[in-house]
Design a protein around this ligand. Structure first.
Ligand code: MG
Length: 248
């Protein structure tokens, strides 16, 4: 009997402690039941497309008029059948510059499989010309995890590998928040990337660690907020189509 009373007391004590914890972790109870003021601004109506009506179309399959070569002059990648193909003529970048953005890119690695690892269908989407979201044939093609398709190169591996077969079109939908620097060039806020590949989340608000680096730790170098978007020429005939961007 004495033991039973002790157990009841202990149970009561536990309930009291648990109740206390619940109250402690729910500090906003006082606000419950109060109606929030409605947002003042109605969300703008945007025809969803694709591309959405408020997007800047960077490549519609017809020409490279929005792009230039990193080597100077016009972009020299080949445009054919609604796609542009890497041609060993160097990286290309947009003539317009961007900061925070939503970016849609469709890409396909070569149907004819050649090479392995980083030498198979390698290209890349460089946000602000600095931060590479890797493009690679990662269908049955092992490489280091943060260097496979969907990786923020040598910083973050993709959460999952949702690569389609070589030659098939794939999509990247990217939400990019650019890093911020103060007037002295000191980083005040790192950049972030959220990425869906083929509709599947592969980067979830990942913090960018610095400018893409092939060797050594990435580090930030201050740059103006608006920078061109660049696509990598890694020497392999990767194709791109339907590229559009929305400034945020
Ligand atoms: Mg690459």
């Amino acid at each position: 009997m004495k033991h039973l009373i002790y157990s009841h007391r202990r149970l009561a004590a536990l309930v009291m402690v648990a109740t206390g914890i619940c109250c402690f972790v729910r500090p906003t109870l006082a606000a419950e039941g109060q109606e929030l003021p409605p947002p003042k601004d109605e969300p703008k109506v945007v025809e969803p497309g694709p591309p959405p009506a408020d997007a800047i179309v960077l490549f519609d399959g017809k020409d490279l008029s929005k792009w230039a070569s990193d080597k100077g002059g016009e972009a020299k990648w080949v445009v054919q059948d609604g796609a542009m193909t890497v041609t060993k003529t160097g990286y290309i970048h947009t003539k317009q510059t961007f900061g925070d953005c939503q970016l849609h890119v469709e890409w396909a690695t070569p149907a004819e499989v050649k090479g392995s690892g980083q030498e198979r269908g390698n290209s890349g989407v460089f946000l602000q010309s600095h931060y590479e979201l890797q493009v690679l044939d990662s269908y049955n093609n092992p490489t280091y995890f943060h260097g496979q398709a969907g990786g923020i190169y040598k910083q973050h591996a993709p959460l999952v590998n949702v690569c389609r077969k070589p030659g098939e079109w794939q999509t990247y939908d990217i939400i990019f928040h650019a890093p911020r620097f103060d007037e002295a060039g000191k980083l005040t806020k790192p950049g972030t990337m959220t990425v869906l590949q083929n509709g599947v989340l592969i980067q979830d608000n990942a913090e960018i660690l610095g400018t893409t680096s092939h060797t050594g730790a990435p580090k930030y170098t201050a740059h103006p907020l608006k920078q061109p978007l660049a696509l990598q020429d890694h020497g392999e005939p990767v194709r791109y189509r339907n590229i559009w961007i929305r400034e945020l």
